[in-house]
Ligand binder design. Sequence first.
Ligand code: LLP
Length: 457
Amino acid sequence: MLYPLSYWGWAVHRIVSDMTRRRQGRTGGAGAPLEPRLLPDSAWIDPSGRLAIAGVDLVGLAERHGTPLFVYDEGHIRARCREAREAFGEGVAYATKAFLCKAMARLAHEEGLCLDVSTGGELEVALAARVPGDRLVLHGNNKSDAELARALEVGVGRIVVDSFDEITRLGRLTDDAPPRATRPRVLVRVTPGIEAHTHEFVRTGQEDTKFGFSVASGAAAKAVAALELMGGVELVGVHAHIGSQVFDVESFEQAAEVLGSFAAPLGLPELVVGGGLGVAYVNGEQAPSITEWADATRVALAKVGVPPGTRVTAEPGRSIVAAAAVTLYRVGSIKELPGVRTYVSVDGGMSDNPRPVLYGSGYEAFLPRATDAERPRSVRIVGKHCETGDVLVGEARLPADLVVGDVLATPVTGAYGYSMASNYNKVPRPPVVFVAEGEARVVVRGETVEDLLRLDV
Ligand code: LLP
């Protein structure tokens, strides 16, 4: 594989600085520098500690585009898409809920991935990016008539059926539709009854869930029977998704075994194991790679008798985009409360990254002017919203020379940050830039006051 020059520069720099750190006995620990592996693939730290991604200096970017700013390394996303395509093969889909705009949809499509859309809105954005309907997979536990009708109209590649009501609705819509050359292809979503080790809000494989048909209760078998009897659709496979930010391959193996045992006797040509692969957000965290996840899944499926010719695919979201991005903020105030703590306020917050508030998610923070510096200062990084819960990093470490006006960055913010962003307190959503080969291009512009008012009548 060919790596850009900056990759080798970065690799050599990383080895040398790791060696230096080890010699000085300062690996790990609370005040340790940010681990460079949490940065996008084409990150390059110059000898003074300044960070560039794909050859674009981050402090300069913040000056040009303002802050907050989402910066995505395009090469990093492409590399993960290729890894997913190689590991799972044709049919693997990017889960657009993790991050979606036209540029992202086009990129995933160019790299040979299908796109998993879970609402009519995601479907329309993918179509607006000129992704053909047959490269889309439609999800959702409550698809409306309008969403299903649109999916049929544009010929989506797969519809993942989630409830008996949806089966009835689909039956009605396909009966009413003019006859077509090929019937819409559907998969049935099943819940394997696996408690993935992750936050309860993003766990979906257990019995107590709004998603899918339970294997254990027999509902999944009934759904299969109903779909097989329907003349208007073609049942091609079974789908399961156990949750998100799952670190242990064992949970995936267990789910694959339940899914495979259920699916093998049906003799259907496709199996989709969902998404959910976790990523490292903070120093010391380790996650399996997409390839390791795919290999473990395949072995588990073979063990329970899934024939080798079955098309086994997945829907990674987070593992494609999370580590591809960093968010840049500007420090506006440093408030030291003696005997309590230090609050560092930045110009974004829970409106551009609600994950810490929603799930208690941890992040690292660093200064792109001193990326590999020691971080002895213990602070809480908060946003500019009018509530105490507006915390970005509860227990952050930063360099001692932090000052008001510094550009501050949080890495691994490419998934479920921008896609869950809001206008709370009428804070405009930040722009998104893609960087590649020394160039930055704005793919989503920042919101303006006019945008904040455009829905008022
Ligand atoms: N497939 C299905 C059916 C899903 O429901 C999801 C995520 C995925 C694929 C992609 O999962 P991923 O590879 O991204 O883990 N907002 C939460 C995550 C919610 C995930 C919802 N479904 C968070 O910020 O952690």
